[in-house]
Design a protein around this ligand. Structure first.
Ligand code: FE2
Length: 233
């Protein structure tokens, strides 16, 4: 039976990181019990065959008009721990708008909603593991973790590998964001190199002249160079 090695602890955020206040409520108070992977975890259920819509990977064309903000292309490859492409896997993203506001009932940040921006997209990787989105650069937003706490600009990602236990949920950040050193969520990852793997890279080959900057963000589902992800490991 296929075996999925557990990630290195130092490369993943601990469940309890007191500067990230919500982790005080969420983190388990007792040691975790590791349960061997079961046959059903390793073999299914798998992502189904619901069709991906034409504009699902273009967040600038999901409404009547264009959203406000700077257009960006976010693209990369999804690979496994041995560098092999993960084809035909579902990549989902969600984000706030350019003003730093989510279209979500729980977001009461005093910033405008954009009627032309929902902030959610999805696509399937191609045969070489490539994915691509066109979206708007998200804004920073306050989040009340502590006085004057602001999240750096980020995009949330979810990926499905071959089965449910290879699902990855993470956040992508932007280069040289001055808020990153003050962000308890990204800083909860102890290893600096692992934190760097959550920062996308400006890619002029991906950039479309006079249209949109391109940012490359590769995702590694498991293994020593795994992209840091959220949740128990
Ligand atoms: Fe967020």
């Amino acid at each position: 039976m296929k075996h999925y090695p557990r990630p290195e602890r130092c490369e993943q955020a601990p469940l309890l990181h007191p500067p990230y206040r919500a982790s005080l409520r969420r983190a388990p108070h007792r040691p975790l019990i590791q349960i061997p992977h079961t046959l059903s975890e390793l073999t299914g259920p798998l992502y189904g065959h619901n069709p991906i819509g034409e504009t699902d990977n273009d967040l600038t064309r999901q409404h009547f008009g264009e959203p406000v903000g700077q257009r960006i292309i976010v693209a990369g490859r999804v690979i496994d721990e041995d560098g092999r492409a993960i084809p035909n896997t579902l990549v989902e993203l969600w984000q706030c708008n350019a003003a730093g506001r989510y279209r979500h009932h729980a977001d009461n940040h005093h910033a405008p909603l954009d009627p032309n921006f929902s902030g959610a997209g999805r696509t399937l990787t191609d045969e070489n593991g490539n994915y691509r989105f066109l979206t708007i650069k998200p804004g920073a937003y306050p989040w009340r973790n502590h006085r004057n706490a602001w999240r750096p600009a980020h995009i949330h990602f979810s990926l499905f590998g071959p089965c449910l236990i290879t699902r990855l949920i993470t956040q992508m950040y932007f280069p040289n964001d001055p808020l990153l050193p003050f962000d308890p969520i990204s800083q909860s990852i102890p290893d600096e190199r692992a934190r760097q793997r959550l920062i996308c890279h400006l890619d002029l080959d991906l950039t479309e002249p006079e249209f949109a900057l391109g940012y490359r963000f590769d995702l590694i589902l498991r293994g020593r160079n795994a992209t840091p992800f959220e949740g128990p490991s």
